[in-house]
Write a protein that binds this ligand. Structure first.
Ligand code: M6R
Length: 366
């Protein structure tokens, strides 16, 4: 049931305010400023012994892992690494019982992710899964799981399960920080309140999608896109580019903007579209610099900016605005316009949005 929407992808994008609210339900105690994860399989004493965290997954789930790394480093002060499960399983990584491996998988059945989990288990690591299916192999294999609880995702392009994964990773970061006495109750209370405001903010962004139809007409003719972001939003750039390429078949590459000078800038000319994530966060000035460099080479820039940012809006060709929010919410917020842009561009190009060619919802073979 597409719930009155033309495609499952759009329906699932529209469900995201409820998905975030659902991922928080029963996991936050506002009064005490505490994250509570009843399903977390390790005791506080064990958490204090963790020396590092390795996050793994494939595709969109791998991008969620990238976001998670920033959140865990920031909130828990633990070394965190990201590994693509399809590579990790063939490596000989050092893992021991002081390492928490977090495997992210919507389906819980992705062959490479399962193999990486099996390997981690054999090496004695502690294993947590973040998945959407309680009946999955990932759930069975892990020491414990944090479930996305967002209902079945039917569109092949992952949307709501990405938002759910990132929300849970946010909670996990705070939870690990809390157990390791890294975050004061006041800071935790603020973070939790910020998270709780996210469903409303996402809802506001979803209220009017008319601008995407106009932008889609303008941008659907480009053959190539660069998606740029910095810091935690570089992971959102990767995910935004994946969404565009899989549903619209336009070549799109996500790049950390600081790498531009080291090669990709050679691609810039008036036929190259660049989507630049430049919300008002700690790296805003750096992104503004990157945007100017692209414009100086006649690139076409679609800026994803914070509302009211008239200054940078004047530099770019087109804009999508995010509501003003604490900086750590921008990855969650910026995900939404990138999904909508990919959807409407694909629609404009007449693509089969829910079932893109060559792709399967669950990749159970290598
Ligand atoms: O079920 P999983 O999260 O393990 O799937 C991993 C990838 O195949 C998946 O995220 C894929 O990249 C997305 N469907 C793309 O939108």
């Amino acid at each position: 049931d597409r719930g009155g929407y033309r495609h499952f992808m759009l329906k699932e994008i529209m469900e995201q305010p409820q998905v975030v609210a659902g991922a928080l339900r029963g996991r936050v105690n506002f009064d005490a400023g505490r994250v509570e994860l009843p399903d977390f399989p390790f005791l506080e004493d064990e958490i204090r012994d963790f020396r590092r965290v390795v996050l793994t997954g494939c595709g969109t789930s791998l991008h969620a892992a990238h976001v998670g790394r920033y959140l865990i480093e920031r909130f828990a002060g633990l070394p965190a690494e990201v590994e693509s499960a399809s590579e990790y399983r063939y490596r000989e990584p050092f893992l021991d019982s002081d390492t928490l491996v977090v495997a992210i998988s919507q389906s819980g059945e992705t062959a490479d992710t399962i193999a990486a989990m099996q390997d981690a288990k054999e090496r004695g690591a502690r294993l947590l899964s973040i998945c959407n299916s309680e009946e999955s192999q990932a759930a069975r294999l892990a020491d414990g799981s944090l479930y996305m609880g967002c209902g079945m995702e039917i569109g092949v392009a992952s949307t709501k399960t990405f938002i759910a994964s990132v929300t849970i990773l946010f909670l996990l970061g705070i939870y690990l920080g809390q157990a390791r006495a890294r975050l004061s109750p006041e800071v935790r209370r603020d973070l939790i309140a910020d998270l709780a405001s996210t469903p409303r903010l996402i809802g506001e962004m979803l209220a009017d999608v008319s601008q995407y139809k106009v932008l889609a007409q303008k941008f659907s003719g480009y053959n190539s896109f660069l998606y740029l972001g910095r810091g935690i939003n570089s992971a959102i750039a990767l995910e935004g580019a994946l969404k565009l390429k899989e549903v619209s078949y336009i070549h799109a590459e996500g790049y950390p903007a600081g790498e531009m000078k080291h090669g990709p800038i050679a691609l810039i000319d008036r036929n190259m579209a660049t989507l630049a994530l430049a919300p008002r966060d700690r790296l805003y000035d750096k992104m503004a610099g990157n945007i100017k460099e692209v414009k100086a080479r006649r690139g076409i820039v679609l800026g994803v900016l914070t509302e009211g940012d008239t200054e940078l809006a004047a530099e770019v060709d087109d804009t999508l605005f995010l509501p003003t929010a604490p900086e750590h919410l921008y990855p969650l917020l910026a995900t939404v316009p990138l999904q909508l842009l990919a959807y409407y561009i694909a629609l404009d190009r007449g693509c089969d949005v829910d079932q893109p060619r060559n792709l399967a919802k669950s990749v159970t073979v290598e």
